[in-house]
Design a binder for this molecule. Structure first.
Ligand code: DER
Length: 231
C-alpha cells in the first residue's frame, strides 16, 4: 500500500472525531493536507467548523477549498488540533518541524483541548532521534546560538551535528515567523524531556520540535489497518 494512501486513511479516521460546530487547529505537512481535503468535503456537505491553520501553506489550502478559517485570537480555545509528525515515540512524545511550521504548530496544539496526531505507521519509533530535531532560532548571531545549542545538547546526554536548514536554492530556510531552523542530527534521544528543557533555555532559541505531553491520541495507518495509540 502506498504511503499517501496510508496518510489519507489516517486522516479519514481522524475526521470521525470532528463534530459540528468544532473549532479546529489544522496541521501542516502531507498528512495534514489530506485531512484538510477530506474536511473540506464535509464542509461542502454541511459541516460547520472554524479552523486555525498552522502555516501559510495550510492557510492557502484551506482558503482554496472553502474551509472557514480564523486567526487563533479570533477563534479562541480550540476543541481539536489534527497534525502530522516526523516521529512518534514512547508516551506519544513527537518530533515535529520537518516542514518548518513547528512554532505555529506548537502554539495551536497548546491552544487545543486535544491534539490528535495522524501518520502512516512508519512514523512510530521505539526511541526519538533518528529524524533530525528542528530548532527554530532568531537570525541574530546564529553561529553563537548554534554553539550554545550544541552545549545544551551535550548537557542532555546527546550529541551530533547541527546544520542550518537551507531551501532549494541554498539560501537559509526562513519560517512563516521570519526565523531560521537548525537541524540537530542526534541519532537517538534517550531523555526527550531533558533535551527539551536544555535547548529551550538557550538565548535565541524560539522553539524546538519536541512535542511532549501534547498529543492525546495518535491515529496510525499501516498495511493491516488503523491503530490508535494513547500516551
Ligand atoms: O513539519 C511538521 O511538523 C509536519 O507536521 C511533519 O511533522 C509531518 O509531515 P508529513 O505528514 O508530511 O510527514
Amino acid at each position: 500500500v502506498h504511503a499517501e494512501d496510508l496518510k489519507r486513511r489516517a486522516a479519514a479516521h481522524a475526521l470521525t472525531y470532528v463534530t459540528d460546530g468544532m473549532r479546529l487547529g489544522l496541521g501542516t505537512g502531507s498528512t495534514a493536507r489530506h485531512f484538510v481535503e477530506l474536511l473540506a468535503e464535509k464542509v461542502h456537505g454541511g459541516l460547520t467548523v472554524l479552523c486555525v491553520p498552522t502555516s501559510e501553506q495550510t492557510l492557502a489550502q484551506a482558503v482554496s477549498l472553502g474551509v472557514p478559517i480564523a486567526t487563533l485570537d479570533e477563534a479562541g480555545p480550540l476543541d481539536l488540533c489534527i497534525d502530522g509528525a516526523d516521529e512518534i515515540g514512547p508516551g506519544l512524545a513527537l518530533i515535529k518541524g520537518g516542514g518548518g511550521a513547528l512554532l505555529r504548530e506548537k502554539i495551536v496544539a497548546s491552544a487545543a483541548r486535544e491534539m490528535i496526531v495522524i501518520a502512516d505507521a512508519s512514523k512510530k519509533v521505539e526511541m526519538l532521534g533518528r529524524f533530525p530535531l528542528p530548532i527554530e532560532v532568531v537570525d541574530f548571531g546564529v553561529n553563537a546560538i548554534t554553539r550554545q545549542v550544541a552545549e545544551a545538547i551535550r548537557s542532555a546526554g546527546c550529541a551530533g551535528d547541527i546544520t542550518v536548514r537551507r531551501d532549494g536554492d541554498g539560501h537559509p530556510f526562513v519560517t512563516d515567523q521570519g526565523h531560521l531552523i537548525l537541524d540537530a542530527h542526534l541519532g537517538r534521544i534517550p531523555d526527550p524531556a531533558a533535551l527539551a528543557a536544555a535547548v529551550a533555555q538557550v538565548a535565541g532559541v524560539v522553539e524546538h520540535g519536541l512535542f511532549i505531553g501534547l498529543a492525546r491520541r495518535a491515529v496510525l495507518a499501516g498495511k493491516d489497518g488503523i491503530t490508535e495509540l494513547e500516551p
